[in-house]
Design a protein. Sequence first.
Length: 450
Amino acid sequence: MANTLLTRDQAKALTDRVLGFATADETRVNLSAGWSGNTRFAGNEITTAGGTTDVRVTVTSTVGKRRASVTTNVLDDEALKRTVDQAQRLARLAPEDAEFLPEPGPQQYATVSAYSEATADLTPEARALAVERVLAGVREAGAAAGTSTDDLFVAGFLEASAGVGSAVANSRGLFAYHPSTNVDLSVTVRTPDGTGSGYVAQGANDWAALDPQAMGRRSAQKGMSSRDPQTLEPGRYTVILEPQAVSDFIPALRGALNARSADEGRSPFSAPGGGTKVGQKIADERVTILSDPTDPELLTSPFDNEGLPNKGAVWIENGILRNLAYTRWWARKQGKEANGGGGLKMLGTNRTLEQLIAGTDRGILVTRFWYIRSLEARTVTLTGLTRDGTFLVENGRITRPLKNFRWNDSPLLALNRIEDIGQTERVSSGIVMPSLKIRDFNFTSLSDAV
């Protein structure tokens, strides 16, 4: 599949060709090109497999302070001219942008090596072998527990992509190019009686970083262990959140780190009487959360949709709010530097999940959350459900599976109730989170879903 990659020179030639057709005051061209392939499995066998190869060109035209965009994937001169012309005509009809800024000029970008040939070469045959490795792991777990694979329902989804994740060019001479690959695998194992379910998901740029057999084994163990769950009354409990659950919960803070809403008094990071809480302690001193496209565990695009560098930032350092996210317009208005992008990572420790469990007198182990919705923006309070493996921990060990809960809690407030932090995992593209042990997590009701 690697031959689907547009080289830097090819991408530059294509964007130059589009810009050559433009007559607007300013023009920006966004390019994405490459291949994606997926394999779905259910009932212990592959059910579907597919793939796409595509090149998409988006033209954004500026006339005065008016802008409009049009997208095409037809690349002959006639189609590209038509796309440019349509964008220009729509721009003339658009209302003026009260927060208009001109296109940026040439920029300098960090080097991000996010392209893996192992991922780019993940053919349908290679993906089928990966599914077989998942099933082998399930068989191992089943044999160890005296359970046949036929007594377990295995399902999942494997998706890989490779190509030009993004390229940007404009009429002011800016050009940015970022090739990347990404692969995500999720596995669910359920018991035939419908009472037990286990789930594991991982993502990486490099396919070699994933171990499908280990994922199959782990999800099967969790699925078998979670059958016949028992009821525990809702209330406030110490929880141990696996990295998947943490990645479902903590990244909601990312949107709250918006500088404009904080400056305007609409944010949990707005200070009483005006200003922001930058420089103040807002979390446990063990909490550090950052964004960095060059981090080997993140490896995200070094620029945004406008071609501005994604410089990332340390948002929270040792519990202290260090930065807020500035858009280009708000940064200019406030005399700051635009920042953001670069994924999201919370630093962990060398403590394993098993060690967090062993150090817990009584608590609840949560595999993951789902169906999460916002309740209150000023405190970042959310609601959601546990799913695919919830367990009671007593005297340092898992004693029984539990029925799932609905919960109401805030990642911001929870970061002030941390008891322990474990090792990190890259759960999905651009998200790296540790396991967390949090006291007084608020479970509000029960859920019969597995």
